[in-house]
Design a protein around this ligand. Sequence first.
Ligand code: NOJ
Length: 656
Amino acid sequence: MGRTANTTGILFLLLFFMAFFTTIIYLFSRSFRSEAPGEPIEELAVPFWKTNIILQVYPRSLYDAITDGTGDLVAVSVVMDVRLKRSLSDSHRKTAKRKKQPWWQREIIYQIYPRSFLDVKGKGTGGLKGITSKVDYLRDLGVGVVWLSPIYASPMKDFGYDISNFTAIDPIFGNMEEFEELVTTFHQYGLKVVMDFVPNHSSDQHEWFVKSVKQEDPYTDYYIWANSKGTDDSGSPIPPNNWLSVFRGSAWEWNEERGQFYYHQFLAEQPDLNFRSQAVKEEMKTVLKFWLEKGVDGFRVDAILHLFEVEDLSLDEPEVPGSENPEDYASLDHIYTTDLPETLNVLQEWRHLLDQYPDKLLMVEVYTDKIDVLMKYYGNETIPLADFPFNFLLIERLKDRSQLTGEYLRDAVGLWLDNLPDGKWASWVLGNHDVGRVSSRVGEDLVDALNMLNLLLPGTPVTYYGEEIGMQNTFISWEDTQDPLGCRWGPEHYQEYSRDPARTPMQWDNSNFAGFSDASETWLPVNPNYKTVNVAAQIMAQASHLKVYQELAVLRKDEVFLKGNVTFPIITEDIFSFLRFLDNSNWYLVVINTSQRSVEANLLQDSIQELPHKATVVLRSTSDTSESTQPGLEVPLDKLPLTSGEGMVLLLPPGN
Ligand code: NOJ
């Protein structure tokens, strides 16, 4: 009898041991399992041992479940069970919350210009392997999405925006295995990968165009072909109309072999595809599917405004009164060649296609300052189109410092937010590969403040590589100029148009070529300021743009920035500010001194909304070294010292 009781006891204990260890293994496997695509892996960012309290259990004394006077493992597992149930229900609540907000609203998008990010092959040009090798840097920076400018097969007349094979990787950047490795690695780190999609045109080296020239079906009408209007005095064929290329001069190029003109909205080496052809539409959908099957998380659609032009090719576009140069794209009003209604139908088809896959991002490049045009590309509740068109207002309006005031910035920010259709989401962009670097446009003193604005306003921030360290435009001589747009304007004017200054190699450290390459020369020169402006130096520095950026990225994870409301309490000539608030959450006030001098702002006096007398500094611009505004300190809001261009993030006391 005694033996039986003993055996039952041992069996009982064994069973509990097994249950206990299974529970532990289950808990561990949950914390290390990679999540379904589309869900941010927040657990990876903060290790469990930083966010949990450690409970030391002395088993003899915790709880006696077998009532033999000594605490036991059965009891420990009872306690664990309560903890397990709670953590599971927490995680369900968390998942439910997460599902409501798509990843592309919660994450920062980082644009990489692959030629210039990192060259690990000693070629002087960056590539996929270099990008993959920097996954730690990107994760530590706090960005969640990487958008790659084109990496497809290309003769590189427009550095990848002239594509000769939409489903192949150009050898300059690497190969398909390297691309797959990049996607896998980034996904393991919880980073999304977004591709550039260039539907408007191909390269003139694309097989489709070569066959179209020869009128080989089905390619004959893959492009926009037109007869000449006759010949001029010198016997040269006259284009069918006055349409201009974005890159200057006629948008028509004569093709001797076919005896017709073809239309090119950009370079002559970038013939426009004919989106009135069903076959072309299908081809481009096949391209999207190809990359979706490779696991990419979304697309940035290039030049979507130009997708269609009117069918009647005899129509001239009206001239813009007062324009000086008839060759200049801005000299015509592009009523027949941009933003045609058919464009939205195609976009709707792409949206539909992407929605066949879980959680994909569709963002579109709509380069216009017409706000009503921009908003159309969001679609509406019943017909959703892009998740967002890029918001280029901070590029357009911040071409230089001359007009910058608090009021001016408020207008620029408000224009987007005030026009946003119901239920739609904003985006913020300070720079990209087509414009000068923001640090050079408006001044280095504003770098941190503008990153605060980009990352903390409601919407998705897009950061162009190097903006996090305040990279500046690089002077490029006429001899070194690569950008076709710069080249077309000649030695006199290239500097006004060339996009090279913003495309130079990423500045990693102070070694040769800023640690970008081991080659004997790089495709564009490195900015000579790399000795001081580089990632390594900014990691070592006590305060730096990079550190401010990293802290902003962490701060942005607070629900108040992801879901909270916004108001603009203090807007004056010198001050731009915004308040982020949400019930049951911290409230933050971001204040920016837009002037080029130090000020002592009286926020209380200028605020249109009641504010507390004091707030706590969370973050400030690198340039501010004052003892009184150190993070963690309380500062008086009626006497807030701000250096030139400084931004400051303040935490309001609870109860506001
Ligand atoms: C817009 C891209 O951003 C630009 O770099 C390119 O030159 C044109 N589209 C043509 O593809």
